[in-house]
Design a protein around this ligand. Structure first.
Ligand code: NAD
Length: 478
């Protein structure tokens, strides 16, 4: 059986204690094992990172950038293997991994290779003299990433951290360790010094917490659930650590009667259900202007019913299984709760009768904004429909939950689009599109969706410490 070990000090290392099973979600069968890491494994990886930091941070930015570029090249040359590994590990459609997620991981590495050489700091020239700000790497930092977009989010964190000159200890999700481990195997060939990036596998409450509370880990970049984000914040705050938290979402999709919605139906379906709804940005609450609700609902139901569900390796499949037994149980329990709350099931509504953790793509209606179904993140192939009469009601429905990650607005009325974009209580708004990403833009949410922003120079700032230097200028220069 395949085994995914740690990467510590540039070497693949077996765990000090035990292994965990890794499952193929399309079959609900173990296909590999991953290191069940311990605090000792974290200790060893942090020690190796501390040892690598002086060399790595001392290199000119161009040299660090070349390592990231070479890593991107190596990943690109093996993109098929990585897409296969990702598809089997996470149960995601191969086509999605091959066409979107592995290319995005490559783009993350290239983008932050460039950012390393483009990053600039501030300079203030004034009556007080000249102030310039150094932006120095922090030292050893930790990244903790989830299972839904494994390599895409792993690289989204390690690339800026490394580009800024930090040494990194990364913890991928124990449910999806494959592609991070494969990438770790390419680091030496890409030219990274041993230990500059370590990977420690294992359970969150053991490895994750050992990283968060390790005194030499200066900052934690976390993407995952709001509950775990709160726990990490509670551990890190008394230690005064730098923290970036990208958490859950329950995003509204606002469809106005004047929208060109027929033309956008495919995107609207994707926005609700891509990756079986296991994307923090999925629009799981669809809000429709009352005048078009019947036509819109019927057209949407028809498209959703036609989605090809099945073996994620099949190139035509658009919807695969959920990632784990525990997540399958959570999503099916949420569907049972929706029924007790009075939901009408328009399509789907439960598990598929086949091996693996499959839930049929589901649309629900008849639930108000205060129901648990409309307030809590389900993170499965489940979206609800609600109707509104005017813009004010649409805004009130959109804001009627604690999350504030993203929203999409569908209308031909530009004034309305911009007005709503300014008022919606979220970190990101798309107008007549969804998940249109430019890696330079700030990425993140408000409220229960997290703290701080990733992306572009925001990430480079997070992974550096600003140090201001003030210099008196002679009177003739003032
Ligand atoms: P999770 O919070 O269970 O786990 C995320 C990571 O944290 C995993 O590596 C896990 O092992 C680790 N972890 C778990 N407990 C920990 C602890 N006590 N201390 C430290 N680390 C711990 O989340 P998940 O189920 O893997 O991912 C799904 C969640 O992630 C959803 O809520 C989704 O919305 C969110 N997400 C958010 C974004 C975003 O950018 N905002 C992106 C993707 C996913």
């Amino acid at each position: 059986m395949l085994r995914y070990g740690h990467l510590i000090g540039g070497r693949q290392v077996a765990p000090a204690a035990a292994w965990l099973d890794v499952f193929d979600p399309a079959r609900a069968q173990p296909y590999a094992q991953v290191a069940d890491g311990t605090a000792d494994d974290v200790e060893a990886a942090v020690a190796a990172a501390e040892a690598a930091f002086p060399e790595w941070s001392g290199w000119p930015a161009e040299r660090r950038a070349r390592c990231l570029e070479r890593l991107a090249d190596l990943l690109e040359s093996r993109a098929d293997d990585f897409a296969h590994a990702e598809s089997r590990d996470a149960g995601k459609p191969y086509a999605l991994a091959r066409e979107a997620e592995i290319p995005r991981a490559i783009a993350n590495l290239r983008f932050f290779a460039h950012a390393a050489t483009q990053f600039a700091s501030e300079c203030h020239h004034g009556q007080a003299g000249l102030n310039y700000t150094l932006r120095q790497p922090l030292g050893t930092v930790a990244t903790i990433s989830p299972w839904n977009l494994p390599l895409y989010l792993f690289t989204w964190k390690i690339a800026p951290a490394l580009a800024a000159g930090n040494a990194v200890v990364a913890k991928p999700s124990e449910l999806t360790p494959a592609t991070a481990t494969l990438l770790g195997g390419l680091l030496a060939e890409a030219g990274f010094p041993d230990g500059a990036l370590g990977i420690v596998h294992g359970r969150g409450e053991v490895v994750g917490e050992a990283l968060v509370t390790h005194p030499q880990v200066r900052a934690i970049s976390f993407t995952g659930s709001t509950a775990v984000g709160r726990r990490i914040a509670g551990l890190a705050a008394p230690m005064l650590k730098k923290l970036s938290l990208e958490l859950g979402g329950k995003n509204p999709t606002l469809v106005f009667a004047d929208a060109d919605w027929e033309r956008h139906l495919d995107t609207l379906v994707r926005s609700a259900l891509q990756n079986s709804g296991q994307i923090c940005l999925c629009g799981s609450r669809i809000l429709v202007e009352r005048g078009i609700r019947h036509r819109f609902r019927d057209a949407l139901v028809e498209r959703v019913r036609a989605l090809p569900v099945g073996d994620p390796m099949d190139p035509g499949v658009r919807v695969g299984p959920l990632v784990s037994q525990a997540h399958f149980d959570k999503v099916t329990a949420a569907l049972a709760r929706a029924r007790t709350e009075g939901a009408t099931v328009l399509c789907g509504g439960g598990a598929l009768d086949r091996p693996g953790w499959f839930v049929a793509p589901t649309l629900l209606e008849g639930l108000g904004p205060d129901t648990a179904t409309n307030r809590e993140e389900i993170f499965g192939p489940v979206a609800t429909l609600q109707s509104f009469d005017d813009e004010a009601q649409a805004l009130a429905l959109a804001d009627a939950c604690d999350y504030g990650l993203s929203a999409s607005v569908w209308t031909r009325d530009l004034d309305r689009a911009h007005r709503l974009a300014a008022r919606l209580r979220v970190g990101m708004v798309w107008i007549n599109t969804w998940l249109m990403r430019d890696l330079r833009t700030p990425f993140g949410g408000t409220g229960a969706s997290g703290l701080g922003r990733e992306g572009g120079m925001e990430a480079m700032r997070f992974f550096t410490e600003p140090k201001n230097v003030g210099l008196a200028l002679g009177p003739s220069l003032e």
